[in-house]
Design a protein around this ligand. Structure first.
Ligand code: GAR
Length: 190
């Protein structure tokens, strides 16, 4: 059987490192799925250039009228949708079209340190401010609320006493790049 196809969605400032980790894992046969299309809201998202360098199709879909229908067009033929630095709630029709097949990665151990507005450096600042002994990343299914769907996989690390938000973010990001392909693999086997 052909590998399942993935649509990866990035945000306007998307650096695209998780997108790249998924592209590479697919190409190298480390997961039974491959990235078919990268969907970005604007050409200027840094991830767009990276996707093009990797010879992956890019679709620019700007939020606005018929956003859901235009996303579904771009996702045609895909089985999974992976959010990678995409920070909005998805239109309902996309969630309906991909039941239990939309994933997100979050740079902390949900259900803690998640929710609206919790992304990037803010997450790591909150982890350190709370004096948490461990952090990590979570891959979860996406529903109509922020960071709320069923958890597929978590990877953990210890927060060091001298960790800064930047040092913690860098170590968590390394875990994210392993976790996303692993979680996708796990989901394909359910
Ligand atoms: C990642 O750290 C991801 O966990 C986070 O955005 C970053 C995107 O980086 N997502 C969230 O915080 C979602 N709440 P990337 O563009 O290099 O993959």
């Amino acid at each position: 059987m052909d590998n399942a196809r993935i649509a990866v969605m990035v945000g306007p400032k998307g650096r695209g490192s998780n997108m790249l980790a998924l592209i590479r894992a697919g190409k190298e046969g480390r997961m039974p799925a491959c990235v078919e299309v990268v969907i970005a809201p604007t050409h200027s998202a840094p991830a767009v250039q990276t996707a093009q360098d990797e010879k992956v199709r890019v679709a620019i879909v700007e939020p606005g009228d018929d956003y859901g229908a235009r996303l579904l067009d771009a996702m045609e033929g895909c089985r999974y949708v992976c959010l990678a630095g995409f920070l909005r709630l998805l239109p309902e029709e996309v969630l309906r079209a991909f039941p239990d097949r939309v994933l997100n990665i979050h740079p902390a151990l949900l259900p803690d340190f998640g929710g609206k507005g919790m992304y990037g450096a803010r997450v790591h600042e909150a982890v350190i401010a709370a004096g948490a002994k461990e952090s990590g990343c979570t891959v979860h299914l996406v529903n109509e609320r922020y960071d709320d769907g069923r958890i597929l996989l978590q990877k953990r690390l210890e927060v060091a006493p001298d960790d800064t938000p930047e040092s913690l973010a860098a170590r968590v990001l390394e875990l994210e790049h392993q976790a996303y392909p692993e979680a996708l693999t796990k989901l394909t086997r359910e």
